[in-house]
Design a protein around this ligand. Structure first.
Ligand SMILES: *Cc1c(COP(=O)(O)O)cnc(C)c1O
Ligand code: SF4
Length: 406
């Protein structure tokens, strides 16, 4: 039990932080970010958290007052808190972990650029973010000043893109591209739209979640000025929990939408934070109310100190299976695993398909709504029968029984 004195001090410190921050001003929010050594002023820390803060092998700690305000100072299980405050599992390197499991560096022809898929590239635009998420998969670079991308680095990346006409789609990530200055963002988008074969630019940003006030009218009008016939701008953000879906976040999203930017969400599946069908359903319902469509649900990467966040692979399949039928399809993310070793992303889907019975030319499916077995027919004369999982007579009888029983 915390002493009343501790509780009062922490509440007072929070009040003080919130009132000295010029709340709607993103610069003030950034200036007043809370760093690792100050976490004990704003949270009643557990021993595990104290160890995590002292011994983390992951990225630096930093949180905007806005995002910190969404967290619970006294409950160590609070999902927002767990994304801000390290715990002791962050100090352990497991044998299966490595700092670059996806081979982003090995697949990098020039500094900051990863070219794995033929027609799309990943551009690391900067090392900083508004909040450093404990689960960040790019912790080897993010938050480290020596990973700063200079203008010349970006110029070399653009030269590479310019001379590779197969590149149609540039994913700008980081770090967080919206933590660059308006002038730099203007320049980057201008460079991309001057390359005729680049048709799509995606901004990977968590600012709508962690610092919605960064999505200003000025920023949106810069983006809008480059969102035209030669370039289409998309934004993929990362809401992980319904508590993050605030009115401020919604306003930020609406500003982006008004500037013609299509907004999608890529959440990360995180143990104890959002690894349940109910929470994911609630999150995606709220996202649809904010007009954000679901894109991906990521299985966490095997990065150093990530054991505290990892879930069994089946969890993600279970979650998207739970969601099917309970929300519009545009609210259901694809569960993806980014394959270690630079294999790219693959999707894992629930298996609604049960198999094929050639005698009657029937397919059997499990319904997400009724939970029962339903049938449909393969066209006669189909040349694809050998592609299906063939059911034997016994299996078929069982499925028929399951379709009528209950
Ligand atoms: C994720 C990723 C992309 C984009 O993949 P999409 O499936 O198109 O969203 C591109 N390049 C790299 C290296 C990536 O990791
Ligand atoms: S905002 Fe993105 S890049 Fe930055 S720390 Fe969070 S997950 Fe990593």
């Amino acid at each position: 039990m915390p002493s009343i004195l501790d509780v009062q001090t922490i509440e007072k410190n929070r009040e003080e932080l919130f009132s000295r921050t010029n709340w709607f001003d993103s610069t003030s929010q950034l200036q007043n970010r809370v760093k690792g050594e100050d976490l004990d002023k704003y949270f009643l820390l557990t021993d595990s958290e104290k160890k995590g803060i002292a011994e983390t092998i992951r990225l630096n700690v930093s949180a905007t007052p806005y995002y910190l305000k969404l967290s619970d100072p006294f409950d160590p299980q609070c999902p927002i808190r767990r994304m801000i405050v390290p715990d002791s599992s962050e100090s352990v390197l497991s044998v299966e972990e490595s700092s670059d499991p996806l081979h982003e560096e090995r697949l990098s022809p020039v500094r900051g650029l990863t070219h794995m898929y033929p027609n799309r590239v990943l551009l690391f635009s900067n090392h900083s973010c508004s909040v450093y998420c404990r689960h960040c998969m790019r912790g080897r670079k993010v938050s480290s000043p020596k990973e700063r991308m200079e203008k010349e680095d970006l110029e070399s990346a653009f030269d590479y893109i310019r001379t590779h006409s197969e590149i149609e789609d540039v994913v700008i990530s980081g770090g967080d591209p919206l933590n660059l200055s308006n002038a730099r963002i203007d320049w980057i988008l201008g460079e991309l739209s001057s390359i005729p074969h680049v048709k799509i630019c995606r901004l990977g940003t968590r600012n709508p979640v962690t610092l919605p006030f960064r999505i200003t009218k000025e920023l949106c009008s810069i983006i809008e000025s480059h969102n035209n016939d030669s370039l289409s701008v998309f934004c993929n953000t990362q809401f992980n929990h319904p508590k993050e879906c605030t009115p401020e976040a919604k306003e930020a999203i609406l500003r982006l939408l008004k500037s013609g930017v299509s907004v999608g969400n890529q959440s990360v599946l995180l143990k104890g934070i959002n690894d349940s069908g109910e929470i994911m359903l609630e999150l995606h319902k709220k996202l649809l109310e904010m007009r954000v469509r679901a894109y991906y649900l990521y299985d966490p990467e095997l990065i150093p100190g990530s054991r505290g966040f990892r879930t069994p692979l089946q969890k993600g399949v279970e979650i998207v299976s739970y969601m099917r039928g309970k929300i519009a399809g545009m609210g259901i993310p694809q569960f993806v695993n980014d394959l270690p070793g630079g294999g790219g992303k693959i999707t894992l889907s629930p298996n609604w398909y049960l198999g094929y019975f050639p005698d009657t030319r029937q397919h059997a499916f499990r319904s997400a709504v009724t939970g029962k077995v339903h049938f449909s027919f393969e066209p006669s004369g189909s040349e694809y029968e050998s592609f299906y999982h063939i059911l034997n007579e016994q299996e078929w009888e069982k499925l028929i029984a399951d379709s009528t029983s209950r």
